[in-house]
Structure formats: structure tokens, C-alpha cells
Ligand binder design. Sequence first.
Ligand SMILES: Cc1cc2nc3c(=O)[nH]c(=O)nc-3n(C[C@H](O)[C@H](O)[C@H](O)COP(=O)(O)OP(=O)(O)OC[C@H]3O[C@@H](n4cnc5c(N)ncnc54)[C@H](O)[C@@H]3O)c2cc1C
Length: 572
Amino acid sequence: MRPQRCTALLPIAALGIQSTSARVGRLAPRDAACRKTSVAILGGGMAGVTAAQALSNNSITDFVIIEYNDRLGGRATQADFGKQDDGSPYVVELGPNWVCIVAKHFRLPPWWWSPMGRRETNRPESDLGSGQSGRPGVSTENPIWTLAKKHKLKNTPSNYSSILTYDENGHTDYSRMLDEYDAAWAKASARAGRMLAENMQDETARAGLALAGWNPRHGDMKRQAVEWWRWDWDAALTPEESSLIFGAAGDNLTFHQFSDQNNLVVDPRGYGHIVQEESRTFLGADDRRLLLGTRVTNITYSDDGVTVHNADGSCVSAAYAICTFSLGVLQNAGADAVAFRPELPEWKRVAVQKFTMGTYTKVFLQFNETFWPADTQYFLYASPTRRGHFPVWQSLSADGFLPGSNIIFATAVEQASYRLEQQTDEQTKHEALEVLRQMFPGVTVPEPLAFMYPRWTSTPWSYGSYSNWPVGTTLEMHQNLRANTGRLWFAGEATSAQYFGFLHGAWFEGMEAGSRVAALLRGECADAHDAHDAPRCGDRPHYDPLHGTSPLEDYRAPNGWAASSFYASRPE
Ligand SMILES: Cc1cc2nc3c(=O)[nH]c(=O)nc-3n(C[C@H](O)[C@H](O)[C@H](O)COP(=O)(O)OP(=O)(O)OC[C@H]3O[C@@H](n4cnc5c(N)ncnc54)[C@H](O)[C@@H]3O)c2cc1C
């Protein structure tokens, strides 16, 4: 995923919300047979680790992290691939790859300023490293970029202008179509900003693009390829399946406010290294609070506590739990994934099923030579018959990445990913080579030395890659994804209204949930100094019934919409 939607949006005014009672700080009656703790953190990806870090920072050290895999990091996971000259493997990222360098104007949400009703001076340096001011309205940077610098993660700027275009007859220059798309998108996103500000009904990104003048025919395969690269490659779902307002709001702001620089992580320790290193700031060696290789099967929750049963027969009884499982896992609840008792309330189940989980598949090939232009980062291919058929190829052999590796990877999303997941590696390799041979007709494309791709849709601890905001879904609907049900809290990439789909979304949501639960345990207010709110404690709001649109005044911190701004959504 290319993180191009790094945004900050304005906190605004008050709203009418439903909220279940806080029961602040009351400890739960707990299942006598189970291990006892104050907070059970379900999942050890970015959100789970930052939730634990926030608890720790707020002096709540009695927690347990329960993680399915034998490592921390969740979707930030890498694999050995191919061979270097010395016979050792390269390391490639199966999940997140880019870090979005939002160095200017990035605003921390108000809760972060004073999560415990105090100024952030009590916050230890270790939770962020350097570079974070912690005050609302003060520019700072993407926390993931801060962590990448802190842990010296090797990364290189992606240059999206370093691209050559191809069709079934080889290189053919249709790069001017990229500018056509970009001009239309600028108009569509400005309109989306107005729609948000004026509480107008959402529409598909497809409709928004068409109204802005970008409306390629189904048979116009070059423009379809261009659109795929600009939209599907980021959203992991088609413009038809995506919200214009929420897909564009971030992009609109990015365009006006932030540097557009995204760096590709190429570190032999993997992107997940930053999650593992951060966990060391609050976990000791062999810490009993970390249960790796433990699959949660049942979560029983109430207003008094949460009991978690695991596949190995163990259980944990907690005053609060923070569930950071992916949207895909929640969507499969009760079937192949975890079961909730009682069943989650209807407003929560509707929210879970309404949002969409995209799949983003990287197909890696290593050759004995770099037969593609070695100084180019990206290659765009327009299949004559299928939209999204191995459309974007990315060279890791280029300078700054894994030079000399002769590794290139293609990306598939949505239906193409589902198809690749169902077929054998041999079938997929055959298709990929067929495409490369069309793109480079003057070259004898050899058999690859190594070939690999992950199957995210069928990965039982993720069920997909990252979430996407579907059309016609309001901020309140999204808030229902975030809201707690009794003592069971939710956090993760998908619960971030502003940064869904990104590691920094998971970071913010984990921090927020951890800070809020810590506040509840201490009987304090978590959100007391939001400049636009009266002091507020306790639960996250949820909405029942839901209305068709979200008034502008709902775009504020309690609904997960904490930062600035609408100045970017002015009419073009
Ligand atoms: C292919 C791909 C490309 C991406 N590209 C980018 C990118 O370039 N930049 C970017 O910023 N973001 C990108 N993302 C998104 C980013 O990876 C996620 O936003 C982030 O990792 C989510 O973190 P999380 O903590 O919310 O969830 P997760 O990382 O999914 O953590 C949840 C944890 O819960 C555990 N779990 C699930 N079920 C159970 C169970 N039953 N019992 C116990 N534990 C369980 C899982 O094992 C997992 O460790 C990409 C993701 C993918 C998959």
C-alpha cells in the first residue's frame, strides 16, 4: 500500500450521542479459574503494543498481551526470499512497506495532549522517541516515521515519477494519462471536502471521478491501468467499492498540507522490528505478561469485566480488554475466528460487516539478472483483457532498495488477489511470466530463481490486508466500529477514522484506547482537555439509531476525528 492518505482534520463542536455507563475504575468480579489481570490486550500488532505502552506510561503495569503468532508485529511481517551472493536470503515485506513522512503540520489529537487530565510532561520519552511535541496544534510528525528513525530502520524514498508504461506489445508511453487522472482527482477530492463540510450524501469514488471528468470506458485498458495504479493500488478495492468522501478527505488534505514523500522500508530486520523494539520499552525478557502463540477462541464481556478463553485451554479474566484483531477477524467472528459472548450488539455487528477488508498481494520474483530498466522504480502494465492483471511492477533491484538483488514484485488486489489465492504458485508464476514477456518482448525472460506470494485473505489471524471505507457510510457508523461494548474496547487500523489502512492509524488507536482504559481504571478523565469538548470521561460513544449523513459538528475527537482541517476542502 502506498500511504498517500496521511491526513489531519479539524476538531469541531459538540453532538448528541449515546453512551453506556462508565463504571469508572470499578474492578471486575472475575472468573475464579482464570489468570487475573487489569487489562487483557488481545493481539500484539502495532495497536496492541501501543495500547500496552500507553497503559505502562500511565503506570498500569498489570496487563497481559495475548497474541496468536510467535512474534509481535501482526501484519507488519516479513519473509526470507531468494538468495544473496553469499547464499543468505533477502528479506522482503509481506505486509506494510511504506512509511509516510508527514513531517509538516501533523497534529496530535487532543486526547494525546492530556490523556490523564494532566499535561504531557509525565509522558516518558521512550514511547515515541524524539520529535513529538505532544501539544494540540503544534506540528509534529508521523509517529511511525519517528519510530523508523529511532530504530534506524533502513528505508528509501519511493519516486512515483520513476515509472514506465507498457501494454501487451511492450513499452508504450501513455504516461500523460497519469496527469489526466491527477487533474480529475484534484477536482473530485475538493468536491468531496465540500460534501463533507455541507453534510451531503456520500457517493462512490467512481461517481466522483466521473463527475470530475475521468470516466474511462471499460475497454480503455490503458486508462484502466492508470486508474488502478492511482486508486486500487492504495485502497485495495475498486473506486466502485470506495467512499468518495472518506477516500478523498485524507487525500485532499494531504495534497494541500503535507509532503507527499513515502519511503519504502528495506530493512533486513523487517518493518515489524519497530513494534518489537517498542515492546522492549515496557516488557522485560521472558515477561510473563506476553502470551505468544496463543489463539483466543472466546471473549465473554459485560459491564463488569471480560474473560478470554484460549485454544490451549487457558483463560484470562480481566477488568477490561482491548481487542485489536483486524476487521477481517471480526467479520469472521463465530465462524472461523473468535466468538463473542454475548453476541456483539447489533449496532456493532452492522458496523463490522459494513466496513470492507481489502486484500493486497505482493508477488515476488527473483531472477538471475535485472532484465528490466535498472534505473526505474515502477512499471505499469495495461493488460488487453483484464483490469488489474499484474498491473504494477516494482523493482527492488533499483539503487537504494536491494540493488543487485534482481528482485521485482507485482501487486494484485481485490478479485485478482482472491483468484491468485485460490490457484497454485505454479499457475500464478506462469501468468506473471507471461505478462513480463509481453512487457519485455526483446528479452528472453528466464524462469525465476525464486517465487513467492502471501495469501492474506485466508490468513486466519488477519483475513485480509487492511480496511477500506465503503460508500455511503457515515462517521457515526465508523464510530460504532470504535465504540466499546461494556468493558470490551476495540482498537486497530480499522478503528482509525482518519488513518484507516495505515500503521499510524493502528498506532494512534492503540495509544488512545490504552490511555482511555488507564483513565477508567484510575477513575480519571481521559479526554478532559479537548478544546471543543466539555470534560468527558468513560466510554466511547456509539450511535443507535444511525442517520444517513454526519453533520459537520460530529467531526471531532470523540468520534475519532481529532485533527485539522477544512481549509483544504475549499472549492477549486
Ligand atoms: C499487504 C499489506 C500492505 C500494507 N501496506 C502498508 C503500508 O505500506 N503502510 C502502512 O502504513 N500500512 C500498511 N498496511 C497496513 C498495516 O499493516 C496495518 O494498518 C497495521 O499493521 C495494523 O496493525 P493492527 O495492530 O491494527 O492489526 P494487526 O497487525 O493485524 O494486529 C492484530 C494482532 O491480533 C492477532 N490476532 C488475530 N486473531 C487472534 C486470535 N484469535 N487470538 C490471538 N491473537 C489474534 C494477530 O496475530 C495480530 O498480531 C499494509 C497491510 C498489508 C497486509
